[in-house]
Ligand binder design. Structure first.
Ligand code: PMV
Length: 339
């Protein structure tokens, strides 16, 4: 936390902070850690536009740290305790004298592999960063978002990448925080049509999965594959090579789930309809040569990555929609905003 020296000591003040922060979908996955919340391999993701968390946070002076999280207006004891645990680990003495009330709303179902932790915890990280800047009377500077990314990463690795619009990578320029990645203009127009196969909350957390990588028989092979995928993905994203991007994207999604299914205490998050949809997508691509690709997060729901195309949209609504509970239309987003 060496970059936070200017914020280690100040007298806490009352403050309110409001942020809208997006989810992201990883094209190369972070799965496995080293050290304290550092990634075992580099990852890259597309920031979403419509899947966002909107927060309003109140900071009050208190004789001890108190944290309350309200989701859609209802107190959530489980999340309040989780956030408190995270905040307690931050090395700032002033944190012990705050009562923090977080009012949060998602535009999408949480806990289903649509990275609500990335949007929710990046919003929290922005809030804490804004609070620190405000408390020492400093205007946001060029380090504002990388500091927020570092705080986000300590809460949930994928949250580190939600601080930037377009595409962001983590574990390449730095393991401590993510950085924005320049990509070919075509990729800035990509759509993500989310096929919500099941909105039921998943039973196995990502932290459990990351920890399982420590004893995974394919650990070393996976980390070197991920590094190679990252380099290939980075050059495909820069040159505008949609086909190469799609090949790595799908392989990464299937590898992530294969790792879960082959870990020492194995688990499966895919549902029969996930597999049916994957087969249909591959068949559609074989028949039409159109660039429709899929990826998955840690859940059964498919992110369909594609350029705007009426034949692709028709196929999704005719052939895939019926396999899902719900469709969410999303696309590349510009990153967090204050409201
Ligand atoms: O950020 P975490 O600790 O919830 O891990 C998320 C990992 C994946 O979403 C599965 C992949 C990624 O890179 O976002």
């Amino acid at each position: 936390m060496k970059d936070f020296e200017p914020f280690h000591h100040f007298t806490p003040k009352k403050f309110e902070s409001r942020w809208i922060s997006p989810a992201n979908i990883a094209f190369v996955k972070y799965w496995g850690k080293k050290g304290h919340q550092l990634p075992a391999n580099p990852s890259v993701s597309m920031t979403l536009k419509n899947c966002v968390t909107k927060t309003r946070t109140e900071f009050e002076i208190s004789d001890r740290l108190q944290v309350e999280l309200f989701l859609d207006g209802k107190i959530e004891d489980k999340f309040s305790a989780k956030i408190r645990k995270y905040i307690e680990t931050l090395p700032f003495p002033w944190i012990q004298n705050l009562s923090i009330k977080i009012h949060t709303k998602n535009t999408f179902p949480h806990g289903t592999g649509i990275a609500s932790s990335a949007s929710g915890l990046s919003a929290l990280a922005l809030t804490l960063t804004e609070y620190m800047y405000h408390s020492v009377d400093q205007q946001p500077d060029s380090k504002f978002f990388s500091r927020a990314s570092c705080l986000g990463r300590l809460a949930s690795g994928s949250a580190s990448r939600s601080l930037f619009g377009g595409f962001a990578s983590w574990g390449d320029e730095s393991d401590e925080f993510a950085t924005p990645m320049d990509v070919h203009a075509d990729f800035m127009r990509l759509k993500d049509t989310l096929l919500v196969i099941s909105g039921v909350e998943k039973t196995v957390s990502s932290s459990h999965g990351h920890n399982r990588m420590q004893q995974h028989p394919f650990k070393e092979a996976r980390f070197s594959q991920a590094k190679a995928h990252y380099d290939l993905m980075k050059s495909a994203l820069k040159s505008g090579d949609l086909e190469k991007m799609g090949q790595i994207l799908e392989n990464e999604a299937l590898t992530l789930h294969a790792l879960m299914m082959t870990s020492p205490d194995s688990y499966t998050l895919l549902k029969p309809n996930t597999l049916t949809a994957i087969e249909k997508i591959k068949e559609f691509r074989r028949e039409t040569q159109l660039p429709l690709y899929f990826t998955l997060d840690a859940g059964p729901n498919l992110h369909l990555i594609h350029p705007e195309d009426s034949k692709i949209s028709y196929f999704i609504s005719e052939e895939l929609k019926g396999l899902s509970e719900k469709i969410i239309e999303d696309e590349v987003g510009q990153g967090p905003v204050k409201w």
